[in-house]
Design a protein around this ligand. Structure first.
Ligand code: COA
Length: 296
């Protein structure tokens, strides 16, 4: 191992530690997470494993808890992300070394690990496998309800009360699917929502439910539903502003909680972000999708 580098594990809930880490992501991925960082909602279990050259991070692999409902049971799971080595430090084994350390840390803490990547081959030697995802297209079986639609309002990420509401909804959320669903991902949800101004965050006060949607290729796209109690289909149709003349919708999670007639189609990630998993999954090969609000 290169002697001039020092290894560290950092929690990120202390804002003063994040600067070099934000710089690494800016320099390697051209991602600016400063607006998210300023909100100070980092998960306390987040850990950045890194090699430092002075006050600069040369290489990093991060792990964040991301519990999942899988096959009807909540399992301790975590997500690997922010995998980066600065160009001048590449091909020295830093990534491989950090992966080995992160996997040793995860052993006994998390039953499943997942990540999104455009480079699946990088992770196969570490026991990860690609999980092809599917979207679901069809008709939602719900009568349009114009009064419920008028009741919905759009949440504003710049508003502290709305952010607190989003976090509270996530802390108590019912997973979108019994097959594969997120349990408490408020931090990463907000990071994603900041980066996706095309997402609409519609909140139904009556149902105490947040419905995330976007306009897809000619169809309305249902991206996520975040609510302590799963809302009825009429509420979701109202949040989607569906009318009797609307055609099929596209759902980006397994629709086992939604009434309707849906077919699974292979899903091609917009940014080539393929889902990989490490650890067992019952019903492997079934049509699944993790909500895009977990992307990282
Ligand atoms: C991918 C990346 C993290 C690798 O970092 P690194 O510290 O150079 O990796 P290592 O030296 O530990 O390499 C370990 C193994 O990974 C593989 N590997 C490394 N870089 C690779 C690349 N660009 N393409 C394919 N395989 C690669 C090789 O098998 C290598 O083994 P080798 O010694 O036989 O070459 C680094 O190139 C990087 O930051 N790239 C830009 C960001 C990125 O792509 N992140 C990961 C995807 S989300």
């Amino acid at each position: 191992m290169t002697t001039e580098l020092s290894f560290r594990i950092d929690a990120m809930d202390d804002q003063s530690r994040r600067g070099p880490w934000l710089n690494l992501l800016r320099d390697v991925f051209a991602i600016d997470l400063s607006a998210y960082s300023a909100l100070d909602i980092w998960h306390p279990g987040y850990r950045a494993f890194s090699y430092w050259a002075g006050d600069v991070i040369a290489a990093n692999v991060s792990i964040r808890p991301l519990p999942l409902l899988m096959d009807g049971q909540i399992v301790p799971a975590a997500q690997l992300h922010a995998v980066a080595t600065r160009p001048q430090w590449r091909r020295r084994g830093l990534f491989a070394d950090l992966m080995t350390r992160v996997l040793a840390y995860a052993d006994g803490r998390f039953d499943r690990l997942l990540l999104f990547t455009a480079q699946c081959d990088l992770y196969r030697p570490f026991g990860f496998r690609h999980l092809p995802q599917h979207s679901f297209v069809g008709f939602l079986d719900a009568a349009p309800d114009s009064a419920a639609a008028a009741d919905c309002r759009c949440l504003d990420l710049a508003d502290a009360d709305d952010r607190a509401l989003i976090l509270a909804l996530h802390a108590a959320r019912t997973p979108v699917s019994r097959d594969l669903g997120l349990v408490d991902n408020g931090d990463i949800f907000i990071a994603n929502a900041i980066a996706r101004p095309d997402w609409q965050l519609r909140y139904s006060p009556g149902a105490h439910a947040l419905v995330v949607l976007a306009e897809g290729s000619g169809r309305k796209r249902l991206i996520d539903v975040v609510a302590p109690a799963w809302p009825d289909a009429a509420t979701i149709a109202a949040a989607l502003d569906l009318s009797a003349t609307d055609g099929e919708i596209e759902i980006l999670f397994p629709p086992d909680r939604l009434p309707g007639d849906f077919r699974a189609l292979p899903y091609t990630p917009e940014d080539d972000d393929h889902l990989m998993i490490r650890g067992p999954l019952a019903n492997e090969g079934a049509a699944i999708m993790l909500p895009l609000t977990a992307l990282s």
